[in-house]
Ligand binder design. Structure first.
Ligand SMILES: [Zn+2]
Length: 301
């Protein structure tokens, strides 16, 4: 396989999609396997070693409850011709749709990994591994958490200019950020952060409520001005904004030392600092998407 063929093959991985729901199983498994390239491990990874890591990745970066189906990509990635499996014929001989159970994968020590030729091509070309990894995170995660995803999968990739993944060809509105910040009067909608150095705003960002990667539009009702910290924890699903009341609601999963947690949770139940005009209020359809696809339930009471 040439470099271009490999890139195209990864770009065209069939990702299970249902409307705008997030599908992160295959991308996270591929990133995890890419992270093993060059670490001296063999191409074929035992499901028993993959499982705890993949569960953690899905719990952290996937929609709520997605780790329940953590074994699906390990089995289904094979149909994209980028994945090989090894194990007893009683398991491997099954039809593509007959996914083995978690227990079957465990007790039979089913192994999976990139096919040998692909694995050695990737091992010889760390730059190619980095490019593939970057394209995958760009297609599936917002910028605020891409480096966290890469670090968690063991990849140390310097993010460069956009790699032109076909999933990213939709044009972005270059003035989205300016419009959102203006609407929120240049302060964080959660904590009111509006620090400036001279006239330069520091650490204030325009967050998408419904991610660009899930077809969220670049319009002000899909944006909130957030400081860097609140942007990141919003994209990780630590809090959401309730659609009816614009109340800030945190997840029961958020924890930390007394001071850190107290500072963050001081905003629980408070109202979002609203935009200047009602027409720019976050639209409920986007807030519902965030609650369903990003927020880590359950809500704190
Ligand atoms: Zn803030």
């Amino acid at each position: 396989m040439t470099r271009d063929q490999i890139l195209r093959a990864f770009d065209s991985i069939r990702v299970w999609r249902q409307g705008d729901r997030r599908a992160v199983h295959k991308p996270l498994l591929v990133l995890f396997a890419l992270g093993k390239i060059g670490s001296g491990e063999t191409a074929m990874l035992d499901w028993n070693d993959v499982e705890p890591c993949l569960k953690e990745l899905l719990d952290e970066f996937g929609p709520d409850g997605s780790s329940k189906n953590r074994h699906n990509p390990f089995w289904h990635l094979r149909t994209d011709n980028l994945w090989a499996l090894a194990g007893p014929p009683s398991i491997l001989g099954r039809a593509p749709g007959a996914t083995p159970t978690l227990t079957e994968l465990r007790t039979n020590h089913v192994r999976g990994g990139f096919p040998a030729a692909l694995h050695s091509a990737l091992t010889r070309d760390p730059a190619l591994v980095a490019t593939i990894a970057q394209r995958i995170v760009e297609a599936h995660f917002p910028e605020s958490i891409r480096s966290d995803v890469l670090t968690a999968t063991g990849l140390s990739v310097e993010m460069s200019e956009s790699t032109g993944h076909p999933g990213n060809v939709r044009r972005r509105d270059p003035v989205f950020r300016e419009k959102v910040l203006l609407t929120y009067q240049y302060r964080c909608g959660v904590c009111g952060h509006d620090l400036r150095l001279g006239r330069q705003i520091i650490g204030l960002e325009a967050a998408h409520i419904k991610w660009f990667q899930a077809n969220g539009p670049d319009i002000v009702p899909n944006g909130i001005a957030l400081c860097s910290l609140h942007h990141k924890v919003f994209d990780l699903g630590a809090f959401t904004i309730l659609p009816d009341t614009y109340e800030i609601a945190f997840s029961q999963h958020l924890n930390g030392s007394d001071d850190a947690a107290a500072r963050m949770l001081a905003h629980h139940g408070a109202g979002l600092i609203l935009p200047q005009s009602r027409e720019y209020l976050p639209r409920p359809e986007f807030l519902y998407w965030h609650q369903k696809e990003v927020f880590k339930s359950p809500l704190r009471t």
